[in-house]
Design a protein around this ligand. Sequence first.
Ligand SMILES: *Cc1c(COP(=O)(O)O)cnc(C)c1O
Length: 392
Amino acid sequence: MTINVTRSYLGNKDKFKRYVDSIYASNWLTNHGPLAIALEERLKDYLGVRNIVLTSNGTLALQIAYRALGLSGAAVTTPFSFVATASSLEWQGIRPVFADIDEATWTLDPAQIEARIDHETRAIVATHVFGNPCDVERIAQLARLYHLKVVYDGAHAFGVRHQGESVFNWGDVSTLSFHATKLFHTIEGGAIVTNDDELAARIRLLCNFGIVDTDQIDGPGINAKLNEVCAAMGLCILDDLDAILEQRAEIAHRYERTLGEHFDLQRAQPGSQRNHGYFPLALRDEAQLLCVRAALNGQDINPRRYFYPSLDTLDYLQPQAPQPRSRALSDRVLCLPIYPGLPRGVQERIIRTLVREATGARATAVSLYRPLSTALDALRAPAAGVELKQSC
Ligand SMILES: *Cc1c(COP(=O)(O)O)cnc(C)c1O
């Protein structure tokens, strides 16, 4: 069985079928239908936020957020995120200006943000990367000082709390992704959260072509509606969320216990709780990363390089000042498989492979079989690649 970095969670099939039956009975497939409305209500409650508008994906959520805030000019953003964070700005005609990250938390470093602010800057667009909250207090101070809007890409931060409340309560707007690979998903989907009721109303309009009612259209909008089948998936999964989080935490703690002494891990933002949507790990360097990945791929286990390459290296976003911390981190971070139902035996194989690489235990193991290894070395001697492979 191939093991990937994640496996889409599918809830109870009978429950999903009952929702599908209700869709057949109502004949209501999309356009803010009863299931989308029910999901919005439950999410508002579950997350503890004031306004939530569902969207058809997390990228449109970002684009609509910028549009609703009337952004133009430039935005200071993070090079260590999924490409959609920066590309959505570019797509909206807002120039992404990268600032470097904090080496411990891997989120935007407020001092670096401040250094990039100039007369064109209108916003800070920051990612709660791997669900670790940004330094939201200091970013709020910068926003006040320089009159900037703050958008948080919260695609990884579902259910994350900071100082006892939803992390989505910081900033002007937070966006979520409910893509099938995310911790909570609706197959494809997303959401926009804001405490500002007027802004929420504008966002709702933008998601539905700017249509106010049957006879009134209030400016250009786009289609970002979540359909009823997708909403049904979300309703099913929401029921299982406590168990999902518990299983993820159990795996994450096992990885932390066994790997924490050998590798650098992301430092949690003080005052926050994690959701373990990802388990990122920083290897010594890129050579070790490639070696570990090859060793795991050889066992049909596929960790992923999130996020690589560092976004400040992308050709279509130049010119940019190079962001050395993001580049260095991006060269050595690997996300390990983590999801409910990941077999215990696979977790142990992953751990063994990594610990062996870190401690050089493989060399010891080989030396126990000296006659065989000597024979093999003789066979392999001319191949330079073998040398490299054994050294990591
Ligand atoms: C997944 C993701 C997105 C995009 O969400 P989609 O729903 O796939 O469009 C944006 N930002 C980050 C950080 C993501 O991980």
